[in-house]
Write a protein that binds this ligand. Sequence first.
Ligand code: MLT
Ligand code: MN
Ligand code: ZN
Length: 309
Amino acid sequence: MLRVVVLGAAAGGGVPQWNCGCEGCRAARNGGPELHRTQASVAFSGDGQNWFLINASPDLRQQLNATPQLHPREGVLRHTPVAGVILTNSEVDAVAGLLSMRESSPFTIYAHEKVLAILASNSIFNVLNEKHVRRQPIAIGEPFEPRLTDGARSGLEVLPFAVAGKSAWYLEGKAHPGGNSGDGDTLGLKITDKSTGRYFYFIAACAEVTDALKAEIDGAALVFFDGTVWQDDEMIKAGLGHKTGKSMGHVAMSGADGAIARLADLTLDRKLFLHINNSNPALLPGSPERKAAEQAGWQIPADGTEIVL
Ligand code: MLT
Ligand code: MN
Ligand code: ZN
């Protein structure tokens, strides 16, 4: 059985974001905890005992504490059920949580060599002592089986594939430590339980819904998809900054080229948006945008949402 827990559903900054007074952030600050969201990450497990994270968000410590499945085993002095972290990009909201995993527990970081090059070039990540924390390169189109901390097989398969995207925001206009050409900045993942054949897709950043991507995910029981913005220019319109969704490598939810319209003709049993920015009105329960997303079959998950496949 494949278990998946949404650790966080928000984009960078979370909801509410520390310095933001937008409608979504104010609603979360003034309303109940159900309106709060931490930064995007999911955990998955094939056996319910050993878990893998997809991305390590800056909110990881809070997410681990909020998720009993990820607590240390009772009666053991030092333990974590987390056997590995698979990185799909090198944005701050995907890698900063690694710094909270620095207490000498063994685990493996799986990432494309471009992302590993960024970790290697930022010496602060050396707090993850390579004696305990392995860094394993993964490649587009090459499925791998993540291992448990004792080296045993997990029974899971992870297939990384290329998704339209861009390199990390903080490298904009700068030399990439992993080289400026080629793929690997933005990955989608297909996670399969080898014993049941059940699988899900994780695509938390996607600049364009191509026909190839549609063909890849058609027929899936579960898809997590980039839900950063409702409209490409919503942050500019709201006075929140100069970033468009496209400039950050994110397709909008709405519009003819948006995720809702482009994926509407696929057979997907369950589709959840992830990496939802606090500017996105679909976050607000009862908003017209939320209703439109739900009517199209999409879920805006709460943190902690668990799905069993
Ligand atoms: C992204 O997902 O595009 C980034 O988190 C944006 C940012 O860091 O500003
Ligand atoms: Mn992000
Ligand atoms: Zn905000």
